[in-house]
Design a protein around this ligand. Structure first.
Ligand code: PEP
Ligand code: MG
Length: 614
């Protein structure tokens, strides 16, 4: 590393923390590794804030609607618990024996239990809101359970009563969380160097984490390429998601080791495991420093083929890391950050300012702005509050009003964002990219709106660049991939989003731990769609890149080069690793390798070829 280069900021903290071994028994878990690096630290996690209930009383006429809200929350809670139940099978047997009856007890309380019956009565007769009814009834039931204790009741029986009362409170809290849509955790007060452990982390919550203070993250829910995983990788925070049973095993004062490369989480590691983890932390830091030396070297194969390596940006705080990574631009700027964690939708000037800051920071390298991709798991309160989007409780949000579909309905939202990007593009090169395209007509409609916004800005006398930003599309649905030849007529460029492409091709939710083993970008169906899209783009002389998580995996870069790709966008931390892989490859060999891969019908055979090529 050049002496003047500071080490990547978010990794400094991991090495200088002193954590003493705990005297509690060690417990290990295995989850899905989502963001590399090893973290050691005190656990921050279990304390959950009491949900804030804004509405206590209701009108008699509203009682049926309130009952329906309760029904929806029961259904949602049941779904969450059933998911958890499925995932129990991945746990060691003794953990299963401990957790399974608990989940059954929760599920039973969601049926025609005293809690539910009582809550319904409170809504209908007491005219209180569903959340007030649930909490009121739970408090009464728990009080009655504890009140059964008599002077002669044994300590063991008393403990059993407390446990049952806690279970009632716990299921009531889950219902209220689902009624109020409160996030599962409050991360305020997260101590420096802590390991965050929680049930679920929404992408919007991950966006609020401070990578300089946080050692690592582990959560019970989540999958490898869900947006929370993407966000954690972008922040460079070691993380493991989809760890069943983990939050339930926490006790205050626990310490944890998280290995985001292997997916292991150890609570209260033994002195020898703690020492191993410390060595891993140092080795990871040394590796980062080694990679930092690659920054100024070109991304070029052994036979001199230049490859473009750009960065994905989810949050402005990634900009310094992107600048340090040697990225040749931003190949995917997920503009969702502009809309998250705020009460109102940002206006044109606010957005222009934010986009200009990124363009300025990139000093002449191209920034690809992907317009708002709302939907799926990307819940954005400001849009709900403004009535711009339907309730997320849609039966199937991933197949609903996502990405470009929403923007073509909410044209004011779309036009405001396009105007902001166009105005910002006067400061430096930019591209505009449409998410979740499935048909040619969407691209045509978007282009008409784009042209209209350009004309309006010109009439207003706004300064625009002579060469307007190209308007391209994400290829992230099988529909788009299979009509890539037609789409190339309307789109100025393609960026292949392998995350959604994999999810939609294989019908696997990308953020869902229970089906994580089926989520496989190396499935031949996904690779054939990538190949078809690349060939269509090259035939039509349209620039094409990959900006899904696949691009950041150095093991896959040879295959992608062999399929004809020369441009990739990834989380900034992955750039040096991918660059190093490229500098050891020859295009001719990559083409031969890709041919062999594309002959395979079995994803396992493809995985074996990739493993053997390391
Ligand atoms: C993708 O789907 O591959 C992609 C890059 O978009 P996002 O991860 O934001 O959905
Ligand atoms: Mg996508």
């Amino acid at each position: 590393m050049n002496r003047t280069d500071p080490p990547p900021p978010q990794h400094r903290r991991l090495t200088d923390r002193v954590v003493r071994p705990s005297d509690r028994p060690e417990v290990s878990f295995v989850g899905i590794p989502v963001s590399p690096g090893v973290a050691i630290g005190p656990v921050f996690g279990t304390a959950e804030p009491e949900p804030e209930i804004l509405r206590q009383k209701i009108q008699a006429a509203d009682a049926p609607a309130e009952g329906a809200r309760l029904d929806a929350a029961i259904a949602q809670s049941r779904k969450q618990l059933l998911k958890l139940k499925v995932r129990l099978s991945a746990l060691p047997e003794d953990s299963q024996t401990e957790l399974a009856p608990l989940i059954e007890a929760y599920l039973a309380m969601l049926s025609a239990s005293r809690l539910i019956r009582g809550a319904r009565r409170r809504i209908a007769d007491g005219l209180v809101s569903a959340e007030a009814a649930v909490l009121g009834e739970a408090t009464e039931i728990a009080g009655a359970i504890i009140g059964q204790a008599l002077p002669g009741t044994s300590a063991e029986d008393r403990a059993g009563m407390r446990r049952r009362a806690d279970e009632v409170h716990e299921i009531a809290r889950r219902l209220v969380r689902n009624l109020t849509r409160a996030p599962f955790q409050s991360f305020a007060g997260l101590p420096e160097g802590a390991v965050l452990i929680c049930e679920a982390l929404r992408p919007a919550d991950a966006a609020l984490l401070d990578p300089a203070r946080l050692a690592g993250v582990a959560a019970e829910e989540g999958g490898a390429d869900g947006h929370t995983a993407v966000m954690l990788r972008a922040l460079g925070v070691p993380a493991v998601l989809g760890v069943p049973g983990l939050p339930g095993r926490l006790r205050s004062g626990d310490i944890a080791v998280i290995d985001g490369g292997t997916g292991t989480v150890i609570l209260n590691p033994s002195p020898s495991n703690l020492a191993t983890a410390r060595r891993a932390v140092s080795a990871f830091a040394r590796e980062r420093q080694r990679f930092a030396r690659l920054r100024r070297l070109p991304a070029e194969t052994l036979d001199g083929t230049a490859v473009e390596l750009a960065a994905n940006l989810e949050l402005p705080l990634e900009l310094p890391l992107i600048q340090q990574s040697g990225a040749q631009g931003i190949g995917l700027l997920r503009t969702e950050f502009m809309f998250m964690n705020r009460e109102t939708v940002p206006d044109e000037d606010t957005q222009t300012e934010a986009y200009r800051t990124v363009i300025d920071a990139m000093g002449g390298a191209t920034v690809t702005f992907r317009v708002l991709d709302w939907g799926g798991e990307k819940e954005i309160e400001a849009l709900s509050a403004a009535g711009l989007v339907p309730e997320l409780a849609d039966t199937n949000p991933a197949l609903g009003l996502r990405g470009i579909r929403l923007l073509l309905r909410q044209t004011d939202l779309f036009e405001t964002q396009l105007a902001a990007i166009l105005r910002a593009s006067a400061a430096g090169p930019a591209r505009v990219m449409l998410p979740m395209v499935t048909t040619l007509s969407e691209v045509k409609a978007a282009r008409e709106i784009y042209d209209r916004v350009v004309r309006r800005l010109r009439r207003r006398g706004e300064r625009l660049p002579d060469k307007l930003p190209p308007l391209g599309i994400m290829i992230e649905t099988p529909g788009a991939a299979l009509s890539a030849d037609a789409l190339a007529l309307e789109a100025d460029f393609f960026a292949i989003g392998t995350n959604d492409l994999t999810a939609y091709t294989l019908a696997v939710d990308r953020g869902e731990a229970a089906v994580a083993s089926l989520y496989d970008p190396l499935h031949p169906a996904v690779l054939r769609l990538v190949q078809f899209s690349v060939e269509a783009a090259l035939r039509m002389h349209r620039p094409v890149s990959v900006c899904g998580e696949m691009a950041g995996d150095p093991r896959l870069i040879g295959l992608l080069l062999g399929l004809g790709l020369r441009s990739f966008s990834m989380n900034a931390a992955a750039i040096p690793r991918v660059k190093q892989a490229i500098r050891n490859l020859r295009i001719e060999e990559c083409v031969r390798f890709a041919r062999r891969v594309m002959e395979q019908a079995d994803p396992r055979a493809i995985a074996a070829l990739i493993d053997a090529s390391k």
